[in-house]
Design a protein around this ligand. Structure first.
Ligand code: CP
Length: 322
């Protein structure tokens, strides 16, 4: 595996899920793979789960992780090409990437969308520079448009908790005071479209996800109708993807608090499991009653972040070791 950005990169999902079960059951069984290998984990943005689960997975595989917080541990890095670097940024990615690559075997990168220039964000300009200039396998640890490690962990969690062969999974937009990227819902949609589930997306008008990710998923603008009979409710906020209104890209179009997932929403489901990638704002995205209920699986979902990225690292190490 040369890179991990999209669902296609993992190949057959049933095989990936079987491998995830094995990795979860015996996490130290492949410790020899990472001997004398190093993974560089580069963070342009904050993280709790991704930072810790990546390090834990690397250690499980016998690999040494190095974590770099850009701008705190390093120089401020310029990411745009062709700029006159007479401002606050001391070093360009063009030099920093090959230098970092010379110290490691695999690179993971977290670099959020700027939410001002849709074209720049949707080109994955930062991540693509890592691919181009590192010569090493690259993992998106949430980049401008995708969060594949989260989506794979979400799929593993749904597979573990499903009570029917083909569960109904509803991705519901929920309110948030800040404009958030579309990476999590994009990847969740992409992975659910590829999985054997009945997938429905619900959001207010104007929040349509990019068709590259939404695919042919059913979109239902009536949230309560979408939630009827759901086996899994996946709540997430995202800002305007700018599909129907490019001028609104990255903006908050709706602050209707009635979209918060509460007990009344869950009451119309098929006793659904509640999911969220975390971090989550309580009583904004989801009520205390729902997230604290025995149907909430946000903690096992987060725990599966170790398994998902460990499968990815394992495959990359198998390729490197030949
Ligand atoms: N879900 C997730 O990626 O969490 P962090 O932002 O804390 O890494």
């Amino acid at each position: 595996m040369k890179s991990f950005f999209h669902v296609q990169d993992i190949g057959d999902l049933n095989l990936a899920l079987e491998e995830a079960r094995q990795v979860k059951a015996t996490p130290y069984a492949w410790k020899h793979l990472g001997e004398n290998k190093t993974i560089m984990l580069v963070f342009f943005n904050s993280s709790l789960r991704t930072r810790l689960s990546s390090q834990k997975a690397a250690l499980n595989l016998g690999m040494s992780p190095i974590v770099l917080n850009i701008g705190q541990d390093s120089w401020q890095l310029e990411t745009e090409l062709g700029v006159i670097m007479d401002g606050g940024k001391s070093e360009h990615l063009r030099e920093a990437i090959p230098v970092m690559a010379s110290y490691c075997d695999i690179i993971g990168v977290r670099s959020f969308a700027g939410l001002t220039d849709r074209e720049y964000d949707y080109q994955e300009a930062v991540l693509q520079q890592f691919v181009q200039y590192s010569g090493k396998p690259v993992i998106s640890l949430e980049s401008a448009t995708v969060h594949p490690c989260q989506a794979f962990a979400d799929l593993i969690t749904i597979d573990e908790y499903k009570e029917t062969k083909r569960p109904k999974v509803v991705l519901t937009w929920a309110p948030h005071p800040k404009a958030l990227p579309q990476a999590v819902p994009n990847s969740f949609a992409e992975w659910m479209n590829a999985a054997d589930v009945d997938f429905v997306i619900t959001h207010p008008h104007g929040y349509e996800l990019d068709p590259r990710f939404a695919g042919n998923a059913r979109v239902e603008y009536d949230q309560m109708k979408a939630l009827e009979g759901a086996d899994f409710v996946y709540a997430k906020n995202w800002s305007c993807p700018g599909v129907t209104e490019p001028e609104n890209y990255g903006k908050i179009l709706c602050d209707d608090r009635s979209w918060m997932v509460d007990e009344a929403h869950m009451a119309v489901t098929n006793n659904a499991r509640f999911m969220h990638c975390l971090p989550v704002r309580r009583n904004v995205i989801v009520s205390d009653g729902v997230i604290d209920s025995e149907r909430s699986i946000v903690i096992p979902e987060a725990a599966n972040r170790v398994t998902s990225i460990q499968v990815v690292m394992k495959r990359m190490l198998e390729d490197i070791n030949g």
